[in-house]
Design a protein around this ligand. Sequence first.
Ligand code: HEM
Ligand SMILES: CC(C)=CCC/C(C)=C/CC/C(C)=C/COP(=O)(O)OP(=O)(O)O
Length: 315
Amino acid sequence: MSGAVADKAFVAEPGAILGTEARDWFALLKPRVISLVVFTGAAGLVVAPAHMNLFVAAVAILCICMASGAAGAINMWYDRDIDAIMTRTATRPIPGGRMPERSALGFGVGLSVASVVLMWFATNALAAFILAFSIVFYAVIYTMWLKRSTPQNIVIGGAAGAFPPMIGWAAATGSLDVLPIVMFLIVFLWTPPHFWSLSLYACKDYGRAGIPMLPVVRGARHTRHQILIYTFVLLAVSLVPSWLHLCGWIYTATALALGLGFVACAVAVVRDRQDETGVSLTNDAPARRAFRFSLAYLFLLFCGLLLDHALVVSH
Ligand code: HEM
Ligand SMILES: CC(C)=CCC/C(C)=C/CC/C(C)=C/COP(=O)(O)OP(=O)(O)O
């Protein structure tokens, strides 16, 4: 969509109250998504072997929050044309006509710069560098390039959302180690089954918007099998910290139980009743369940890691 067209679409409501505007700025940050992103970043910071000043730790977590929100705002600015087409995203602040596109871009870029500078001053150059790289990875490499060009978009682009545990660890220690790299790999391998479960039932939306998501390009049957493969690999990689004796039994039991639960969800997705083209005859009930489970999986796995760190590893 050209700037002129989008600007015409923006009609400032004369009676707009501050509450409505604040809600739109907030929505631009994709707050529910960043809550989990920030939690994984905080987990990386907490399990790192360093005694960090509480105030500095809080500032570092705030920087991850600002950066992921900023990247989300730039994503919404760039994707305003396709967001207007998809039912799920049509009421977002820009396609909904409640925010001028340039304001969203300025907000995203300003917040990005502020988050990186603040992280550098508060912690160290390594954490600030990975933070900046994550913003560029999500806002430019995923959003502006991969998302519209390849069905592997979220496999590669998923790296953006996997960096926060490394950022948290780097903020605390000024360096990296095996555990934050494995935490990166866990989020990286979790992203495809997380997103492809949703894309199975949001497939029509993506098709109409011309986004080459896997079920649109390769079909639902292929996507179901890919989900199953990734959950198996995720289960194996989630146990690496146990094999390397970086975690204790609480983490191992959590990873095993959650991993088997995720595999069971994926098996149900593969076995869903389908027509001859692989399209679900159950309104994608198993895929919807797998998506919900993916959110619980990542949250609880990192809870297990934190609990393990508090009760087992540090004693
Ligand atoms: C490229 C990678 C990813 C893609 C393409 C993706 C895509 C999506 C999409 C399309 C939704 C639905 C949002 C909606 O209904 O408006 C969603 C929801 C969600 N995603 Fe992801 N996601 C990715 C990575 C991540 C990461 C790394 C995290 C956190 C670590 C995450 C956490 C969440 C959460 C918490 C929700 C639920 C939001 C809600 O309830 O509205 N996602 N994701
Ligand atoms: C520290 C830092 C900068 C981290 C970045 C973390 C982050 C925001 C990861 C991406 C998660 C996400 C919402 C992807 C969906 O994008 P989409 O455009 O495919 O989804 P949409 O259709 O809902 O807009």
